[in-house]
Design a protein around this ligand. Structure first.
Ligand SMILES: [Mn+2]
Length: 285
């Protein structure tokens, strides 16, 4: 990336990352490397599904960029940043190494963190809480096209049923309910995790797993989801004053690249123009 257009390097108190899925084609390793280049932290939490053992078993996909991510994290650990690795369901093989250290990285089933504001946060990947509602998750991804196919199918199913003198049964209605369940899934997941924090007397919970970054309050409890580096490129940082912030790195990069273009155009038109290069940040909660 062009240095002039690059967002400035930041030092944060804490960095939370989850669902990187190294070892899969979907992993946005280059984006993550860029993010790690721009962020140093006093403490790093890896909140599960850092690599994808399920996929590795089926087919090896491990390009150099995935090595570079591991090396970048190891380098930060080597430079003195404590890193805690909380395994998820895709890298559950790491659950056999709970309590061990490797290269400055400690493996724990779950952990807690106290922010500079004094808020106590429970940190867990979150897969253990989705048992009830997980079945409908895939439907959230199929979207409109599948729904339209179901509608078309429904017409034919009912035509056949009528020929046979059968009752009218709405396949589209059934599909609609499934999609609604999938949308509800995210809300239910957030609610269940907030409950877990509340039960433990925590002020909030940091998790991952559903690939949906979030930083919000569920009633009295802070719900923080790191998102992922597959479908989106998101992370949670805690600034030195204790405020948490959701960073959408893809958006940040897009904006800075856009700024590069705008600046280039402005310079072409008026070479002496003084362009503000201040990096745009996401809104903090
Ligand atoms: Mn997971």
């Amino acid at each position: 990336m062009n240095e002039q257009s690059s967002p400035p390097k930041k030092h944060v108190r804490t960095l939370f990352l989850s669902d990187i899925h190294l070892g899969t084609r979907g992993c946005q390793a280059d984006m993550l490397l860029d993010f790690l280049d721009h962020h140093d932290a006093d403490k790093i939490f890896l909140v599960g599904d850092i690599f994808d053992g399920w996929r590795l078993r089926r087919g090896w996909h491990w390009p150099q960029a995935h090595n570079n991510v591991v090396e970048a994290l190891m380098a930060k650990a080597h430079a003195g940043t404590p890193i805690t690795y909380i395994p998820g369901n895709h890298d559950e093989v790491m659950r056999s190494y709970l309590g061990t250290h490797f290269g400055g990285i400690e493996v724990k089933a779950k952990d807690e963190h106290v922010t500079a504001c004094g808020e106590r946060l429970l940190i867990t990947h979150g897969d253990q809480f989705d048992v009830v509602v997980m079945n409908a998750k895939w439907l959230a991804h199929v979207g409109d096209r599948a729904y339209n196919t179901v509608l078309l199918l429904n017409t034919w199913v009912n035509r056949v049923r009528r020929l046979w003198g059968g009752q009218f049964w709405s396949l589209s209605n059934w599909a609609k309910q499934q999609v609604k369940r999938a949308v509800n899934f995210i809300g239910e997941y957030e609610g269940v995790l907030a409950d877990e924090a509340r039960r433990g007397g925590f002020d909030g919970i940091v998790c991952g797993h559903i690939h949906k970054a979030e930083l919000c309050r569920v009633d009295d409890v802070l719900y923080v989801n790191c998102g992922d580096w597959v479908e989106s490129c998101t992370a949670i940082v805690e600034h030195h004053h204790g405020k948490l912030q959701l960073i959408d790195w893809a958006r940040t990069v897009r904006r800075s690249e856009h700024r590069k273009k705008v600046r280039a155009r402005a310079q072409a038109q008026a070479p002496k123009v003084d362009f503000d290069t201040e990096h745009v940040t996401e809104t903090a909660v």
